[in-house]
Design a protein around this ligand. Structure first.
Ligand code: FA5
Length: 335
Protein backbone atom coordinates (compact mmCIF):
# COMPACT_ATOMS: atom_id res chain seq x y z
CA UNK A 1 0.00 0.00 0.00
CA UNK A 2 2.77 2.44 1.00
CA UNK A 3 4.70 1.76 -2.22
CA UNK A 4 1.51 2.16 -4.28
CA UNK A 5 0.74 5.53 -2.66
CA UNK A 6 4.30 6.73 -3.20
CA UNK A 7 4.14 5.66 -6.83
CA UNK A 8 0.84 7.55 -7.30
CA UNK A 9 2.39 10.62 -5.70
CA UNK A 10 5.34 10.44 -8.11
CA UNK A 11 2.98 10.13 -11.10
CA UNK A 12 0.86 13.06 -9.88
CA UNK A 13 3.97 15.19 -9.36
CA UNK A 14 5.19 14.42 -12.87
CA UNK A 15 1.82 15.45 -14.35
CA UNK A 16 1.63 18.60 -12.23
CA UNK A 17 5.16 19.61 -13.31
CA UNK A 18 4.18 19.06 -16.94
CA UNK A 19 0.88 21.01 -16.73
CA UNK A 20 0.74 24.01 -19.02
CA UNK A 21 -2.69 25.44 -18.16
CA UNK A 22 -5.14 25.80 -15.30
CA UNK A 23 -7.38 23.25 -17.05
CA UNK A 24 -4.52 20.70 -17.08
CA UNK A 25 -4.17 21.16 -13.32
CA UNK A 26 -7.92 20.78 -12.81
CA UNK A 27 -7.74 17.46 -14.68
CA UNK A 28 -4.75 16.23 -12.64
CA UNK A 29 -6.57 17.15 -9.42
CA UNK A 30 -9.63 15.21 -10.45
CA UNK A 31 -7.52 12.23 -11.60
CA UNK A 32 -5.56 11.93 -8.34
CA UNK A 33 -7.87 13.42 -5.71
CA UNK A 34 -11.35 13.09 -7.22
CA UNK A 35 -14.07 10.77 -5.95
CA UNK A 36 -13.28 8.21 -8.65
CA UNK A 37 -9.47 8.45 -8.24
CA UNK A 38 -7.26 5.49 -7.39
CA UNK A 39 -6.29 7.18 -4.12
CA UNK A 40 -9.95 7.49 -3.09
CA UNK A 41 -10.62 3.82 -3.86
CA UNK A 42 -7.51 2.80 -1.88
CA UNK A 43 -8.81 4.85 1.04
CA UNK A 44 -11.91 2.66 1.16
CA UNK A 45 -9.69 -0.25 2.28
CA UNK A 46 -8.91 1.65 5.52
CA UNK A 47 -12.16 0.41 7.00
CA UNK A 48 -10.94 -3.20 7.03
CA UNK A 49 -7.66 -2.37 8.84
CA UNK A 50 -6.73 -2.67 12.50
CA UNK A 51 -6.79 0.53 14.57
CA UNK A 52 -3.03 0.74 14.51
CA UNK A 53 -2.90 0.35 10.73
CA UNK A 54 -5.71 2.88 10.36
CA UNK A 55 -3.63 5.43 12.26
CA UNK A 56 -0.52 4.75 10.21
CA UNK A 57 -2.15 4.67 6.78
CA UNK A 58 -4.70 7.37 7.62
CA UNK A 59 -1.95 9.89 8.24
CA UNK A 60 -0.07 8.69 5.13
CA UNK A 61 -3.19 9.26 3.00
CA UNK A 62 -3.61 12.75 4.45
CA UNK A 63 0.02 13.59 3.84
CA UNK A 64 -0.06 12.43 0.22
CA UNK A 65 -3.31 14.33 -0.45
CA UNK A 66 -2.01 17.52 1.19
CA UNK A 67 1.29 17.27 -0.68
CA UNK A 68 -0.49 16.86 -4.04
CA UNK A 69 -2.75 19.83 -3.27
CA UNK A 70 0.23 21.95 -2.31
CA UNK A 71 2.06 21.06 -5.53
CA UNK A 72 -1.07 21.96 -7.55
CA UNK A 73 -1.46 25.33 -5.80
CA UNK A 74 2.22 26.17 -6.25
CA UNK A 75 2.07 25.27 -9.93
CA UNK A 76 -1.08 27.37 -10.35
CA UNK A 77 0.70 30.37 -8.87
CA UNK A 78 3.69 29.74 -11.12
CA UNK A 79 1.45 29.59 -14.22
CA UNK A 80 -0.39 32.78 -13.26
CA UNK A 81 2.84 34.68 -12.58
CA UNK A 82 4.18 33.82 -16.05
CA UNK A 83 1.50 35.94 -17.73
CA UNK A 84 3.66 39.06 -17.92
CA UNK A 85 5.13 41.06 -20.75
CA UNK A 86 8.57 42.55 -21.03
CA UNK A 87 9.84 45.37 -23.21
CA UNK A 88 13.18 45.09 -24.95
CA UNK A 89 14.31 48.53 -26.18
CA UNK A 90 17.15 46.97 -28.19
CA UNK A 91 14.71 45.17 -30.52
CA UNK A 92 14.16 46.62 -33.99
CA UNK A 93 10.94 48.59 -33.78
CA UNK A 94 10.22 48.10 -37.49
CA UNK A 95 9.96 44.33 -37.32
CA UNK A 96 6.46 42.84 -37.67
CA UNK A 97 4.91 41.28 -34.62
CA UNK A 98 2.22 38.66 -34.71
CA UNK A 99 -0.87 38.84 -32.56
CA UNK A 100 -3.50 36.58 -31.11
CA UNK A 101 -6.33 35.85 -33.52
CA UNK A 102 -9.76 37.46 -33.26
CA UNK A 103 -11.27 34.17 -32.10
CA UNK A 104 -8.60 33.55 -29.44
CA UNK A 105 -9.21 37.01 -27.99
CA UNK A 106 -12.99 36.60 -27.91
CA UNK A 107 -12.65 33.12 -26.43
CA UNK A 108 -10.43 34.46 -23.64
CA UNK A 109 -12.85 37.31 -22.97
CA UNK A 110 -15.79 34.94 -22.66
CA UNK A 111 -13.96 32.40 -20.49
CA UNK A 112 -12.71 35.22 -18.21
CA UNK A 113 -16.30 36.41 -17.72
CA UNK A 114 -17.52 32.88 -17.03
CA UNK A 115 -14.64 32.22 -14.64
CA UNK A 116 -15.79 35.22 -12.61
CA UNK A 117 -19.22 33.54 -12.44
CA UNK A 118 -17.62 30.42 -10.98
CA UNK A 119 -17.19 28.34 -14.15
CA UNK A 120 -14.11 26.16 -14.65
CA UNK A 121 -12.62 25.99 -18.14
CA UNK A 122 -12.08 22.51 -19.55
CA UNK A 123 -10.82 21.30 -22.90
CA UNK A 124 -12.09 18.27 -24.75
CA UNK A 125 -10.92 16.33 -27.79
CA UNK A 126 -11.51 17.26 -31.43
CA UNK A 127 -11.67 13.61 -32.47
CA UNK A 128 -14.63 12.16 -30.59
CA UNK A 129 -16.45 8.87 -30.43
CA UNK A 130 -20.06 8.45 -31.52
CA UNK A 131 -21.18 7.91 -27.94
CA UNK A 132 -19.97 11.29 -26.65
CA UNK A 133 -20.84 13.28 -29.80
CA UNK A 134 -24.34 11.83 -30.25
CA UNK A 135 -25.65 8.92 -28.22
CA UNK A 136 -25.04 10.24 -24.70
CA UNK A 137 -26.70 13.48 -25.85
CA UNK A 138 -29.95 11.66 -26.53
CA UNK A 139 -29.24 11.46 -30.29
CA UNK A 140 -29.48 7.76 -31.05
CA UNK A 141 -28.54 6.25 -34.41
CA UNK A 142 -31.13 7.21 -37.08
CA UNK A 143 -32.37 10.15 -34.94
CA UNK A 144 -33.43 12.86 -37.42
CA UNK A 145 -31.40 15.46 -35.45
CA UNK A 146 -28.23 13.90 -36.91
CA UNK A 147 -29.16 15.54 -40.20
CA UNK A 148 -28.72 18.96 -38.56
CA UNK A 149 -25.01 18.21 -38.14
CA UNK A 150 -23.50 16.60 -41.22
CA UNK A 151 -20.47 14.83 -39.87
CA UNK A 152 -16.94 13.91 -40.94
CA UNK A 153 -16.59 10.24 -40.00
CA UNK A 154 -13.02 8.96 -39.77
CA UNK A 155 -11.79 5.56 -40.91
CA UNK A 156 -11.30 4.53 -37.25
CA UNK A 157 -15.06 5.05 -36.67
CA UNK A 158 -14.45 8.24 -34.67
CA UNK A 159 -15.88 11.63 -35.71
CA UNK A 160 -14.46 15.12 -35.92
CA UNK A 161 -16.73 16.57 -33.24
CA UNK A 162 -19.65 18.47 -34.68
CA UNK A 163 -20.17 20.57 -31.56
CA UNK A 164 -18.67 21.19 -28.14
CA UNK A 165 -21.66 19.54 -26.43
CA UNK A 166 -19.65 16.31 -26.07
CA UNK A 167 -17.83 18.15 -23.29
CA UNK A 168 -21.07 18.16 -21.28
CA UNK A 169 -20.91 14.38 -21.21
CA UNK A 170 -17.19 14.17 -20.50
CA UNK A 171 -17.51 16.70 -17.65
CA UNK A 172 -20.43 14.83 -16.04
CA UNK A 173 -18.55 11.54 -16.31
CA UNK A 174 -15.33 12.95 -14.90
CA UNK A 175 -16.55 15.31 -12.21
CA UNK A 176 -20.20 14.48 -11.41
CA UNK A 177 -22.54 17.09 -9.89
CA UNK A 178 -22.79 19.86 -8.82
CA UNK A 179 -20.70 21.38 -11.58
CA UNK A 180 -20.19 24.62 -13.53
CA UNK A 181 -17.95 24.28 -16.59
CA UNK A 182 -17.30 25.87 -19.94
CA UNK A 183 -15.42 24.39 -22.88
CA UNK A 184 -14.27 26.43 -25.88
CA UNK A 185 -13.12 24.53 -28.94
CA UNK A 186 -13.02 23.86 -32.64
CA UNK A 187 -15.87 21.98 -34.33
CA UNK A 188 -16.26 20.49 -37.78
CA UNK A 189 -19.24 19.97 -40.08
CA UNK A 190 -19.69 19.06 -43.69
CA UNK A 191 -21.39 22.38 -44.48
CA UNK A 192 -22.35 24.32 -47.56
CA UNK A 193 -20.03 27.23 -46.91
CA UNK A 194 -21.35 30.80 -47.10
CA UNK A 195 -20.86 34.15 -45.35
CA UNK A 196 -21.83 32.73 -41.91
CA UNK A 197 -21.17 28.96 -42.26
CA UNK A 198 -17.73 27.35 -42.27
CA UNK A 199 -16.76 23.69 -42.15
CA UNK A 200 -14.37 24.52 -39.28
CA UNK A 201 -15.56 26.92 -36.63
CA UNK A 202 -15.46 27.54 -32.89
CA UNK A 203 -18.09 27.10 -30.21
CA UNK A 204 -18.05 27.49 -26.46
CA UNK A 205 -20.12 25.10 -24.40
CA UNK A 206 -21.42 26.13 -20.99
CA UNK A 207 -23.05 23.84 -18.46
CA UNK A 208 -24.39 24.29 -14.92
CA UNK A 209 -25.77 21.38 -12.89
CA UNK A 210 -26.95 21.94 -9.35
CA UNK A 211 -30.02 21.72 -7.15
CA UNK A 212 -32.98 23.86 -8.27
CA UNK A 213 -31.43 25.39 -11.40
CA UNK A 214 -34.01 27.44 -13.32
CA UNK A 215 -34.50 29.02 -16.76
CA UNK A 216 -34.06 32.38 -15.01
CA UNK A 217 -30.50 31.35 -14.08
CA UNK A 218 -29.84 30.48 -17.72
CA UNK A 219 -31.20 33.79 -19.02
CA UNK A 220 -29.23 35.75 -16.42
CA UNK A 221 -25.94 34.11 -17.44
CA UNK A 222 -26.65 34.70 -21.15
CA UNK A 223 -27.53 38.36 -20.64
CA UNK A 224 -24.53 39.16 -18.43
CA UNK A 225 -22.20 37.37 -20.79
CA UNK A 226 -23.31 39.22 -23.91
CA UNK A 227 -23.50 42.58 -22.13
CA UNK A 228 -19.88 42.23 -21.02
CA UNK A 229 -18.58 40.96 -24.37
CA UNK A 230 -20.20 43.69 -26.46
CA UNK A 231 -19.84 46.42 -23.82
CA UNK A 232 -22.93 48.02 -25.26
CA UNK A 233 -26.61 47.13 -25.44
CA UNK A 234 -27.11 44.68 -28.27
CA UNK A 235 -30.60 43.55 -29.23
CA UNK A 236 -31.08 39.85 -28.59
CA UNK A 237 -34.14 37.64 -28.88
CA UNK A 238 -34.97 34.26 -27.41
CA UNK A 239 -37.24 31.94 -29.36
CA UNK A 240 -38.21 28.29 -28.99
CA UNK A 241 -35.74 25.84 -30.48
CA UNK A 242 -35.25 22.10 -30.70
CA UNK A 243 -32.31 20.03 -29.49
CA UNK A 244 -32.63 16.42 -28.34
CA UNK A 245 -30.32 17.13 -25.39
CA UNK A 246 -32.29 20.05 -23.91
CA UNK A 247 -35.93 20.46 -22.95
CA UNK A 248 -37.16 23.13 -23.24
CA UNK A 249 -34.70 24.44 -25.85
CA UNK A 250 -34.19 28.00 -27.04
CA UNK A 251 -32.43 29.81 -29.85
CA UNK A 252 -30.73 33.01 -28.79
CA UNK A 253 -30.22 35.34 -31.77
CA UNK A 254 -28.47 38.67 -31.84
CA UNK A 255 -29.43 41.55 -34.06
CA UNK A 256 -26.97 41.54 -36.98
CA UNK A 257 -24.32 44.17 -36.23
CA UNK A 258 -23.00 44.07 -39.79
CA UNK A 259 -26.16 45.60 -41.31
CA UNK A 260 -27.76 47.03 -38.14
CA UNK A 261 -30.62 44.53 -38.48
CA UNK A 262 -31.63 45.63 -42.01
CA UNK A 263 -30.65 42.34 -43.65
CA UNK A 264 -27.42 41.33 -45.44
CA UNK A 265 -25.66 38.14 -46.67
CA UNK A 266 -24.13 37.58 -43.21
CA UNK A 267 -27.56 37.23 -41.58
CA UNK A 268 -29.17 35.76 -44.71
CA UNK A 269 -31.25 38.94 -45.01
CA UNK A 270 -33.13 38.21 -41.78
CA UNK A 271 -31.53 40.94 -39.65
CA UNK A 272 -30.77 38.31 -36.96
CA UNK A 273 -27.86 35.92 -36.44
CA UNK A 274 -28.18 32.61 -34.59
CA UNK A 275 -25.62 32.91 -31.85
CA UNK A 276 -26.24 30.79 -28.80
CA UNK A 277 -28.75 27.96 -28.57
CA UNK A 278 -29.44 26.85 -25.05
CA UNK A 279 -31.89 25.07 -22.77
CA UNK A 280 -32.48 22.98 -19.70
CA UNK A 281 -30.52 19.71 -19.90
CA UNK A 282 -32.77 16.79 -20.83
CA UNK A 283 -33.15 14.32 -17.91
CA UNK A 284 -32.15 11.43 -20.21
CA UNK A 285 -28.78 13.11 -20.77
CA UNK A 286 -28.22 13.59 -17.04
CA UNK A 287 -29.23 10.00 -16.27
CA UNK A 288 -27.01 8.51 -19.00
CA UNK A 289 -24.00 10.21 -17.38
CA UNK A 290 -24.89 9.05 -13.90
CA UNK A 291 -26.41 12.26 -12.48
CA UNK A 292 -29.15 11.83 -9.85
CA UNK A 293 -32.14 13.59 -11.46
CA UNK A 294 -34.12 13.50 -8.21
CA UNK A 295 -31.55 15.87 -6.78
CA UNK A 296 -30.04 17.77 -9.69
CA UNK A 297 -31.04 19.57 -12.88
CA UNK A 298 -29.19 22.02 -15.08
CA UNK A 299 -28.83 24.20 -18.15
CA UNK A 300 -26.44 24.24 -21.08
CA UNK A 301 -25.61 26.57 -23.94
CA UNK A 302 -23.53 26.37 -27.13
CA UNK A 303 -22.19 29.82 -28.00
CA UNK A 304 -21.04 30.28 -31.61
CA UNK A 305 -17.63 31.82 -30.88
CA UNK A 306 -16.69 32.41 -34.52
CA UNK A 307 -19.94 34.29 -35.12
CA UNK A 308 -19.43 36.23 -31.91
CA UNK A 309 -15.98 37.32 -33.17
CA UNK A 310 -17.59 38.35 -36.48
CA UNK A 311 -20.12 40.55 -34.67
CA UNK A 312 -17.54 42.05 -32.35
CA UNK A 313 -15.02 42.88 -35.08
CA UNK A 314 -17.51 43.68 -37.82
CA UNK A 315 -16.33 40.82 -40.04
CA UNK A 316 -19.03 40.31 -42.67
CA UNK A 317 -17.71 37.05 -44.13
CA UNK A 318 -16.71 34.08 -41.95
CA UNK A 319 -14.36 32.77 -44.66
CA UNK A 320 -11.86 35.57 -43.94
CA UNK A 321 -11.16 34.09 -40.52
CA UNK A 322 -9.89 30.75 -41.83
CA UNK A 323 -8.28 32.18 -44.95
CA UNK A 324 -4.93 33.05 -43.37
CA UNK A 325 -4.96 36.18 -45.53
CA UNK A 326 -3.18 38.62 -43.21
CA UNK A 327 -3.88 41.65 -45.41
CA UNK A 328 -7.60 41.04 -45.06
CA UNK A 329 -7.45 40.09 -41.37
CA UNK A 330 -5.55 43.27 -40.52
CA UNK A 331 -8.51 45.30 -41.75
CA UNK A 332 -10.38 44.24 -38.62
CA UNK A 333 -8.71 45.95 -35.71
CA UNK A 334 -8.11 43.85 -32.64
CA UNK A 335 -9.27 45.42 -29.39
C1 FA5 B 1 -25.34 23.06 -31.46
O1 FA5 B 1 -24.26 22.80 -31.94
C2 FA5 B 1 -25.70 22.61 -30.07
N1 FA5 B 1 -24.74 21.66 -29.62
C3 FA5 B 1 -25.77 23.83 -29.16
C4 FA5 B 1 -26.42 23.62 -27.82
C5 FA5 B 1 -25.63 23.42 -26.68
C6 FA5 B 1 -27.81 23.64 -27.70
C7 FA5 B 1 -26.22 23.23 -25.44
C8 FA5 B 1 -28.40 23.46 -26.46
C9 FA5 B 1 -27.60 23.25 -25.34
P1 FA5 B 1 -26.08 24.59 -33.45
O2 FA5 B 1 -25.91 23.58 -34.50
O3 FA5 B 1 -27.21 25.51 -33.60
O4 FA5 B 1 -26.29 23.88 -31.99
O5 FA5 B 1 -24.75 25.43 -33.28
C10 FA5 B 1 -24.59 26.34 -32.22
C11 FA5 B 1 -24.01 27.65 -32.73
O6 FA5 B 1 -22.76 27.37 -33.36
C12 FA5 B 1 -24.86 28.34 -33.80
O7 FA5 B 1 -25.85 29.16 -33.24
C13 FA5 B 1 -23.80 29.15 -34.53
O8 FA5 B 1 -23.54 30.37 -33.84
C14 FA5 B 1 -22.60 28.24 -34.46
N2 FA5 B 1 -22.47 27.46 -35.70
C15 FA5 B 1 -23.11 26.32 -36.03
N3 FA5 B 1 -22.74 25.89 -37.24
C16 FA5 B 1 -21.83 26.76 -37.71
C17 FA5 B 1 -21.06 26.86 -38.91
N4 FA5 B 1 -21.12 25.95 -39.88
N5 FA5 B 1 -20.22 27.91 -39.04
C18 FA5 B 1 -20.12 28.84 -38.05
N6 FA5 B 1 -20.80 28.81 -36.90
C19 FA5 B 1 -21.65 27.77 -36.72
Amino acid sequence: MKEKLEELFKLAKREIDGSLTEADLFNVKSKYLGKKSEISSLMVSLKDMTNEEKREYGSLFNKIKNDIELLINNKLEELNSKVSYSFDETKDSNSEYGSLSHITIVSKQVTDILKRMGFTVITGQEMEDEYHNFIALNVAENHPARDMQDTYWLSNKMVLRTHTSCNQVRAMENYGAPIRVCAPGRCFRNEDIDACHENTFFQLEGMVIDENVSINNLIYVMKELLKEVFKTDVKVRLRPGFFPFTEPSFELDCSCLICGGKGCPTCKNSGWLELCPCGMIHPNVLKMSGIDTNKYNGFAFGLGLTRLAMMKYNIADIRVLNSGDLRKLKEFNLR
